[in-house]
Design a protein around this ligand. Structure first.
Ligand code: GLC
Length: 541
């Protein structure tokens, strides 16, 4: 049906749930999650929760210098996570339940243990030398240019054996592939076909804007506003530079046009979403192309907006203005690279944040555990895992990657109770877990389930227009979604005090974060502090 009605394509109407495979479910008792664990939990994902698709972070062979984002074989499964057959079973089981499956694709860099790089670094005349970015020192012996690694330090490492530097935008264990070499392009597109042939529904593309850099490798200028950049994403010393030459060269668009034509050559609605941290919205929106590049670039605008109605409104409006008419928006509030949402926005705002994510116009991505409002876990120094956090103080991503707490018991239903999981559980896992939350009618998990059902049953939420309301108090963000005569109004109170918003006498409450605290009556919506309401205003006047 969707092929005939583009409005109903799954990636437009659906909600995506991100699974970090190391932390979802361990079935082998080694303290690390695996693919069979995801398969076991699909009932939770599809039925209990009720999302439409999963995105699984990398599960490929990898030395795990960056926890799977350093791929040493693009077309296999890391034995730690299972086998290709396990993946096929997972995919079939997901499809059987009507879930789509998106896998991660990491085109910018491989592992330094990938046979391509091992070959490339073996000699200057290796047939794969040009598969990566090699340069001589400058005449004074210094580095080829001033580019910095996102994870701290120079983006170049000197190879003693061949006397040249290689480029790595991330760790030295993650050398950048040379996308200007047609053999690399062909080999990488073959890896895409490998997963499409197996039946995956799409790709989340790691640092998609990085694949094309300035061919002259020109220095980056110093940032004019390093503090201001932190407003978009705190990146430590990396924000000291304007990243105008080390990524996002206009030639990148040709790569994604070619990728799109591969996806479009397959049956079904195969999907692509790029991880693109660009906050110039026109440059960001260019990744939609003319409807012939990515299906969408991720929209991270709200991740670091602060829990503030003015900032959030401004970013929603900026993104809405930038998305081309043929494009489809999306929202991300949390993922495996960011501090847990409930800590970042404040635990008292976690439910309102769920309302925001699931009622804005566009595809939402829900990060595993945010349905429980997991807090950022504190990971003791001896158990730190994230290489970024180990290299740059304050940048650790471990606290948002901790194992999913399923039950109150030791091991929390995630792993064997006698085994230490790869990262410790959050401090409140005995009370904040799936079993306890399911049994509590007032839990955030049950509230998120309710919101997901509501969204599924209301076309205005799935695919309606959005208009921000002006006649609300300044501490309230309000918007109306409209589709084919149906209207849904969303009101979010950012203040510590109750806020009143006029509501039609015919209005009915569809969802409220605070039972009993948020009421409709006397022609008014009474919004408790930090609460949100979803309202059906009744027949359009
Ligand atoms: C992306 C991933 C992140 C990884 C980095 C390098 O930002 O989301 O986890 O460390 O790329 O691959």
């Amino acid at each position: 049906m969707s092929a005939h009605n583009p409005q109903l394509q799954w990636w437009k109407t659906g909600v995506v749930y991100q699974i970090y495979p190391r932390s979802f479910q361990d079935t082998t008792g080694n303290g690390v999650g695996d693919l069979n664990g995801i398969t076991e939990r699909l009932g939770y994902v599809a039925d209990t929760l009720g999302v439409d698709a999963i995105w699984i972070s990398p599960f490929y062979p990898s030395p795990m210098a960056d926890f799977g984002y350093d791929v040493s074989d693009y077309t296999d499964v890391n034995p730690m996570f299972g086998t290709l057959e396990d993946f096929d079973r997972l995919l079939a089981a997901a499809h059987h339940r009507g879930l789509k499956v998106i896998v991660d694709w990491v085109p910018n860099h491989s592992s330094d243990q990938h046979p391509w790089f091992v070959e490339s670094r073996s000699s200057r005349t290796s047939p794969k030398r040009d598969w990566y970015v090699w340069r001589d020192s400058k005449p004074d012996g210094s580095l080829p240019n001033n580019w910095q690694s996102e994870f701290g330090g120079p983006a170049w490492t000197y190879d003693e054996g061949t006397g040249q530097w290689y480029l790595h935008s991330f760790l030295a264990e993650q050398p950048d592939l040379n996308w200007r070499n047609p053999e690399v392009v062909a080999a990488m597109f073959d890896t895409v076909r490998f997963w499409l042939d197996r039946g995956v529904d799409g790709f989340r593309i790691d640092v998609a804007h990085y694949v094309m850099k300035d061919p002259a490798l020109t220095d980056n200028p110093a940032s004019q506003d390093p503090a201001g950049m932190a407003h978009f994403k705190p990146m430590g010393p990396f924000n000291a530079w304007e990243h105008v030459n080390d990524r996002g060269h206009p030639d990148v668009h040709g790569v994604y046009r070619d990728l799109r034509s591969i996806l479009d050559g397959y049956e079904g609605d195969r999907f692509s979403v790029g991880e693109i941290h660009i906050f110039d919205w026109d440059e960001w929106a260019a990744y939609y192309g003319d409807g012939d590049e990515l299906h969408m670039p991720y929209n991270f605008s709200l991740v670091w907006a602060g829990w503030n109605p003015t900032a959030i409104r401004a970013r929603i409006e900026a993104v809405e203005a930038a998305v081309p008419s043929h494009g489809w928006p999306n929202y991300v509030l949390g993922n495996h690279d960011e501090q847990r949402l409930a800590t970042r926005y404040g635990p008292e705002n976690a439910r309102a944040a769920a309302v925001l994510l699931l009622t804005l116009r566009g595809q939402p991505t829900l990060y595993y555990g945010d349905e429980l409002a997991l807090r950022e876990a504190s990971v003791p120094p001896g158990r730190q895992q994230d290489p970024w956090g180990i290299r740059v103080p304050g940048m650790s991503r471990d606290g948002s990657r901790t194992p999913m707490p399923w039950t109150p018991d030791p091991g929390h239903g995630f792993t064997d109770p006698t085994v230490a999981p790869w990262l410790p559980f959050g401090q409140d896992a005995a009370t904040r877990n799936v079993r306890v939350h399911l049994a509590d009618a007032g839990s955030i998990l049950n509230f998120v389930r309710h919101l997901l059902r509501l969204r599924r049953n209301r076309p205005s939420l799935q695919r309606g227009t959005i208009a921000i309301l002006d006649d609300v108090p300044e501490d309230v963000l309000g918007y109306v979604r409209r589709f084919d005569g149906e209207q849904t109004i969303v009101l979010i109170n950012f203040a510590d005090s109750t806020q009143m918003v006029p509501a039609a006498p015919t209005a009915t409450l569809l969802a409220a974060t605070h039972d009993g605290g948020s009421l409709l009556g006397d022609g008014m919506a009474h919004l408790a502090p930090h609460s949100a309401m979803v309202i059906d205003p009744g027949p359009a006047a």
